[in-house]
Design a protein around this ligand. Sequence first.
Ligand code: GCV
Length: 697
Amino acid sequence: MKLIRRLSSLWACAALALASPALADDGYRLWLGSAREQTSPVPVELSDDSPTLRIAAEELRRALPAGSRPVLLARADDPALAGLGIERQALGLEGYRVQRAMIGGREMTLVTGATDIAILYGAFAVLRHMNSGGDAADLALISVPKTRLRILNHWDNLDGAVERGYAGQSLWDWWTLPDFKHPRYADYARANASIGINGTVLNNVNAKAQSLTAPYIAKAAALAEVFRPYGIKIYLSARFSAPIEIGGLKTADPRDPAVAAWWKAKAGEIYRAIPDFGGFLVKANSEGQPGPRDYGASHADGANMLAAAVKPHGGIVMWRAFVYADTDPEDRAKQAYTEFKPLDGQFADNVLVQVKNGAIDFQPREPFHPLFGAMPKTPLIAEFQITKEYLGFATHLAYLGPLFEEVLDAPTGVRRGETVASVITDKADGQALSGMAGVANIGRDRDWSGSTFNQANWYVFGRLAWDPALSSQALAREWAAQTFGDDPVVIDTVVAMMMRSREAVVDYTGPLGLAHLFATGHHYGPGPWVSDLARPEWNPVYYHRADKQGIGFDRTRTGSNAIAQYAPSIARRYADPRSTPPEELLWFHHLPWDYRMADGKTLWEELVRRYDRGVAEVAAMREQWATLKPRIDAERWTKTDVFLAVQHREAQWWRDASLAYWRSINGLALPAGSKAPEHSLEHYKQMRFPFAPGNPH
Ligand code: GCV
């Protein structure tokens, strides 16, 4: 009996070893599964020939298990499909349908859509289905994207550095382009197409005018050629003063006809090289960037002038609403709304206003931006940050699905049933443009995103941009299964870790609605004490306003009254600390340290409890990950294990430094059971990180 048990446990170990990848996995393949060694690949037929359909066929041949039904890839208007009742209109240009069908007397799996790209999306949907536990025998998939534009924003500089990038140098090797098209460019496009991303802005919004010169247009055109069969359009960030810097003009005033003519000619030049160029993204009059306000013109004047230049070619302009000025004493959280809301209705029909998810800057938690719902006559595109500028760079594990979902699901209160998601998705009656943009977390690191779990943030962004109604938890499962294989223990454990991870970061960096407490420049470690920077709103003390009596930013009527920028029902909720969700409490209220929370604890006790909870969550993640050691390849397991140890140490650092500082202000003792910070406040204040990655210099 003993021997049998021993043999069966040996067998179990061997089976586990076989089931888990024997070879190291460097993460390059992302969520796309490894190709099967196919001795007799499933027949995949094309009703027509095109580079895109060939890619779709190749993906299916590589991945479908032998013995699956033959597949037909056919456009929805193909006569062979007549009689199948496919509603072409309902699929739009990018929607796909996958079903079992009798075609020419044979039972086949049909993958169809109005365009080749839709069919490619359908092919990837089949793979997703199969690799996340779906059944090949019963394929019936249908999906139509809810947004038109699903775009990555690369903050990549021409010298190869990536602003707020933590995964190595820029993917684009500008030096060897346009001659050498590195194979990773196609792999990047493939990964994006697999999750429905259909556009990419190649260069940083803090743009150099040179990106619009002939040599760089040729380089962008080479990338566009690689991306085209994958349905990915190229966009460029445009520097508003380019007519002066590379055009020899004396002004960039959008109302000057010579300036408009220069942009028109420039657009013509770009479209001759890239006929399907998507258009421009612009950061204007923000953080030192030039813009129309330099000439007394409005953001609408600037955007419309550029929009007129690309309009004849079918291009668009994404004009960022991320503006705030050091000359403006108004609460920074209010400035974008104050500037843009009055411009509603003044933008050309090929302009979208690009609005960050919150009114400050990609904090681990921010209430949704009040511009959502406030500009009904203007298409808005929501901007999220996939790269973790404020959530521990590449090393900390923070799955951003719940953050994206929380914002997308937020009711605006403006119209019945309206949410942020419904503002930025296609409307039955309305604007032709809609979309989601994500600041990419992709670089030249072998695993693309600096860590395995960061790949999940790229993945969830694409999937939610396709359909914001998808659940972040379901997407975590989908990603985990495709990334780590079908072991249910791995999937359950990984998903549990992911779903709590973002809240853990909130807890150890800025609980209860505190925000922007980061050290200067690099935004990595804590710096709640910082008060010496030139602009008031660059200093953490501006945001937390802590003094002996209390803490928090009063954004009610007695303070900056930022709450008045929300619809009345939302403003009413935020007006009273009792009805403000605890997670957003100190974003909206300045409260005494002994303010009583709903459960009777003081604010101070609750704050400390949350810092401790954040550190404990990371400790728990480490323990959970440790249990997976025998089930995951050594390379990915070890990297995550080491990163979790770093995160644990740094969560403790965040908690200790923050509490040391708060105590220096309020003089309060720590609640019973809570450990004193390891070092003095001075110690934390002295810490420096001169070479932290991603920091613009
Ligand atoms: C590209 C924040 C970041 C900057 C970034 C800016 C923006 O301020 O720290 O690096 O600049 O947002 O979104 O324009």
